[in-house]
Write a protein that binds this ligand. Structure first.
Ligand code: OAD
Length: 261
């Protein structure tokens, strides 16, 4: 980035991350293979709520009730109402500058030298134009049958409270990975390999408490990759980060990607 392009801040406005940005940019510039792990925080500036509110509830619901196979078996109507409300909330939601910055980063690196693993089910990375996206926790636009192999992309169309499989008549469920369920095997293996081989793991907007996804950060360290964290606050993974940039992803990522070009 040319000096004239660098942002200038009045001293009182200068964000704390600005001091650490050059170090993070130097790491990213040197990296030949980059992996990225994102969480709900990257979509916060698009208006998608994050999960862990201080009351421990997800929009008023207990995780056990709306995001476990047991909760679905007990009260599928409640679970579908919850996900239908989240599907409706996504209508009109657009990617933000953080998502677009990752598209730009991917453009700079050859094919399999960039991998974006996301815990988000909102599909905003794909909407922004990212190509190599691994959806670790599924995709809220898709449904799958709770009995047969049927899967379909239903976009954000309103679904009934108890949608049925067009092939076998059983109950459909969101194509989302719930607690106590395994991650999709091929997706997880690809993410695991990419993180094992990367020189730099960029961790954006995740509290890093949900496993196995959060374990990718330790995996990167284990393979001597540098870890750059971008988050509003310190997280469970901050002690593993070589550089922590504390602030909004939508402000930091565009600057980081530009400064590392
Ligand atoms: P969380 O809600 O646990 O954490 C969101 C993180 O984003 C927090 O660390 C915030 O500090 C940070 N954050 C918020 N706004 C931000 C911003 N503008 N810029 C940067 N950081 C920001 O979300 P996840 O870590 O994604 O799983 O949660 C992981 C998984 O837990 C989710 O995928 C979901 C949930 O259970 C399933 O649904 C299976």
């Amino acid at each position: 980035m040319a000096d004239s392009d660098r942002p200038t801040w009045a001293n009182s406005d200068r964000p704390s991350w600005a001091d650490d940005l050059p170090r993070a940019a130097a790491i990213l510039r040197r990296a030949q293979r980059v992996a990225v792990l994102t969480g709900a925080g990257i979509s916060a500036e698009s208006g998608v709520p994050t999960f862990r509110a201080s009351d421990g509830l997800w929009e008023g619901h207990r995780i056990e009730d709306v995001a476990t196979p047991r909760g679905f078996a007990r009260d599928p109507r409640l679970v579908w109402r919850f996900y239908n409300a989240r599907r409706a909330n996504l209508r009109g939601v657009q990617p933000n500058p953080a998502h677009y910055a990752l598209v730009e980063l991917e453009r700079r690196l050859p094919g399999d030298h960039f991998t974006l693993a996301t815990q988000n089910v909102d599909t905003l990375h794909t909407l922004a134009g990212s190509q190599r996206v691994l959806e670790l926790h599924g995709n809220i636009r898709r449904v799958r049958c709770s009995r047969c192999d049927y899967r379909a992309d239903r976009q954000l169309e309103p679904l009934p409270d108890l949608p049925e499989c067009p092939e076998c008549g059983a109950l459909l469920r969101p194509d989302i990975v719930w607690f106590y369920e395994p991650l999709p095997e091929a997706v997880w293996e690809t993410a695991y390999l990419a993180v094992s081989q990367c020189d730099c793991l960029l961790v954006v907007g995740t509290s890093a408490v949900v496993h196995p996804a959060a374990g990718l950060i330790e995996l990167a360290k284990h393979h001597d990759a540098a870890v750059i964290e971008v988050n509003l606050d310190q997280t469970a993974a901050s002690h593993l980060a070589d550089v922590s940039l504390l602030g909004k992803a939508g402000q930091i990522l565009p600057q980081l990607v530009a400064a590392s070009a």
